[in-house]
Design a protein around this ligand. Structure first.
Ligand code: N01
Length: 548
């Protein structure tokens, strides 16, 4: 090639845009990261696959989608003006309300000008020579950044089981996490819902009320408690707002990041059966999952203690559901309460008393195939259905990160390193992948806490870390492998000291065939975890390797 041609080509090849930080994901995590890091004077760019901001709350638009943490808690705390101004209409926010709030935050803090929508990051390559990441988008563009902040979400990779024949189905099918924006009208239709996790439990009563007939396919019966949703009492709201800052501070000192639930002091086994019954009844009447699991000190660590709570709920189900056969299918017996995500519902069990609802137990008779008109289990045919709804969950915690081709030039590939399960130090960074941070990654309390608080804690830590690097002239930070191995062991040891591993949950990846069975969130409690992160930072980022 002649020199002039080479020069011409070089000028024609656009240079990658350069940023200090690229944030992947425009949900609650990505928006706060943009706000916080931009305030440090850094050039920050957010890439978001959706056509709007909001992440989880942008995609999960199924009927009844609502948060199971109370609105006054499930909101940002970083701006007192914001939390004072915003009014939540109900005890638990609906998906449209939460999305409205997120859009308000994007406008109020002028975030949109640094967010690129409809753009999925597909690859990230780190070059140790330049200490920079090159990100590739699905538009074919490359972008260069000194740091990456992965705010790609824990429950953002929807999963439709690999059933044979789905492409032949002549009706319509939907996944809870990819719901059409225009909504779906099930009036007059025969509908199948597969899955009875939080999404299924929320949508089933509403679809049943609209459809001609609803058939629910349940593999694992789940524990669900009444949410007791209601309009937010203005007096309660006023009092909460008066003490907002103290309450936010108090939340940092709790295991779940939620204030207002006094820590239990007694084992379930130290009380009489009558006392326990009274305590569980009071929690059942109050609604909310934290409150219930916080009835006693040992519900998540002692099988006998847990049995008392599990049996209480099973009896409630038997009391609500008129058909004893259906009630027994719905009453969970294969895992201790709370070890799978505890669901909150409005009229879930009551829905099975409707004439237009049937329940199919597919635990021992699994779905094998989708037919042109319905579905087939090993022992039978079901249908015809006009629509099938997959409430079948997500490739949780690792899915979104593994989907991106993350690698280091001449070094590791994240998907390979995580073959046996996720490896992180504090859920914040991965050894061998410098200058890449994860917001609420596996190995951090994340999904076991009030997520927005966990997002803020991680993002503040990352912001402080970037300031520290700048102040000391460091260009590179990565997790030390030994510190990471020790942390991964600790995460597992803590999980093994609880009842959590007894359940086949998405916490252990059990919902994805072939996914390694590793307990992914850190269940040692938010407050202790935060103290650990703070101590690491004040000890000069102990367990991280910093270099110039
Ligand atoms: O997903 P899930 P989700 N055949 O994985 C079943 C958050 N969230 O979308 O349990 C038949 O919990 C599967 O059965 P099994 C919350 O953190 C929060 O409901 O694996 N069934 C299960 O019943 C939640 O935990 C809110 O045996 C199959 C269901 O599908 C997380 O998101 C609302 C199957 C999947 O349940 C995920 O919840 C919604 C198969 N082949 C979600 N494969 C709130 O804040 C899977 N299933 C209220």
């Amino acid at each position: 090639m002649s020199e002039t041609m080479a020069e011409a080509r070089a000028t024609a090849t656009p240079q990658p845009r350069q940023y200090d930080v690229v944030v992947v994901g425009g949900g609650l995590g990505g928006l706060y990261a943009l706000h916080r890091l931009r305030a440090l004077g850094l050039a920050v760019r957010v890439f978001e696959a959706g056509s709007g901001v909001g992440g989880t709350w942008f995609w999960n638009r199924y009927p009844g989608a609502r948060c199971d943490v109370e609105s006054m808690e499930y909101s940002y705390s970083f701006s007192d003006d914001l939390q004072q101004e915003w009014t939540w209409p109900e005890r638990y926010g609906t998906q449209p309300e939460i999305l409205r709030y997120i859009n308000h935050v994007a406008d109020r803090f002028d975030l949109r000008r640094d967010i690129e929508l409809n753009t999925r990051v597909t690859a990230a390559l780190f070059d140790a020579e330049t200490n920079r990441w090159t990100l590739t988008t699905d538009k074919g563009e490359t972008i260069s950044a000194r740091f990456c902040v992965m705010a790609s979400g824990n429950l953002s990779t929807p999963r439709v089981p690999d059933f044979k024949g789905l492409e032949r189905f002549q009706g319509k099918w939907y996944h809870s996490g990819l719901w059409p924006h225009e909504g779906v009208d099930f009036s007059g239709l025969c509908v199948a819902v597969i899955g009875t996790g939080s999404s299924g439990v929320q949508m089933i009563p509403l679809i049943a009320a609209q459809a001609d007939h609803l058939t629910v396919f349940q593999r694992t019966a789940n524990f669900s408690l009444p949410a007791r949703n209601a309009p937010l009492d203005p007096e309660k709201e006023r009092r909460h707002k008066e003490q907002y800052q103290q309450r936010r501070r108090a939340a940092l000192d709790t295991p779940f990041g939620i204030a207002g639930h006094p820590a239990p002091t007694q084992s379930a086994l130290e009380t009489t059966k009558q006392e326990r019954q009274r305590a569980y009844e009071a929690k059942w009447a109050e609604g909310g999952s934290i409150s219930f699991l916080y009835s006693y000190t040992d519900l998540l660590v002692n099988q006998a203690a847990n049995d008392t709570a599990s049996e209480f709920i099973r009896q409630k189900i038997r009391g609500i559901v008129r058909s004893p056969t259906v009630a027994e299918i719905l009453a969970p017996k294969d895992h201790p309460i709370g070890t799978k995500r505890l669901c909150l519902d409005t009229n879930y069990y009551e829905t099975y008393n409707r004439n237009n609802v049937s329940l199919v137990d597919v635990k021992d008779d699994p779905i094998t195939e989708i037919t042109t008109t319905g579905l087939r289990t090993r022992d039978g045919e079901h249908g015809p259905f006009d629509a099938i709804v997959f409430a079948t969950g997500f490739d949780a915690m690792t899915g979104a990160l593994r989907e991106i081709d993350i690698r280091v030039r001449g070094g590791g590939v994240l998907a390979d390193e995580w073959q046996g399960g996720p490896q992180t130090y504090l859920g914040l960074m991965m050894a061998g992948f410098p200058n890449m941070f994860v917001v609420t990654g596996p190995g951090s309390p994340s999904v076991k806490t009030q997520m927005i608080l966990a997002i803020e804690q991680h993002t503040d830590w990352i912001a402080d870390c970037l300031q520290h690097l700048r102040a000391h002239g460091y260009r590179r930070i990565e997790a030390d492998r030994q510190a990471q191995d020790d942390w991964v062991r600790h995460v597992n040891d803590v999980a093994d000291s609880t009842l959590y591993p007894l359940a086949n949950s998405w916490y252990v990846g059990a919902n994805i065939p072939g996914k390694p069975r590793v307990f992914m969130p850190y269940v040692g409690g938010f407050s202790g975890y935060k103290r650990k992160c703070d101590a690491v930072a004040s000890n000069g980022y102990e367990g991280f390797l910093l270099s110039r």
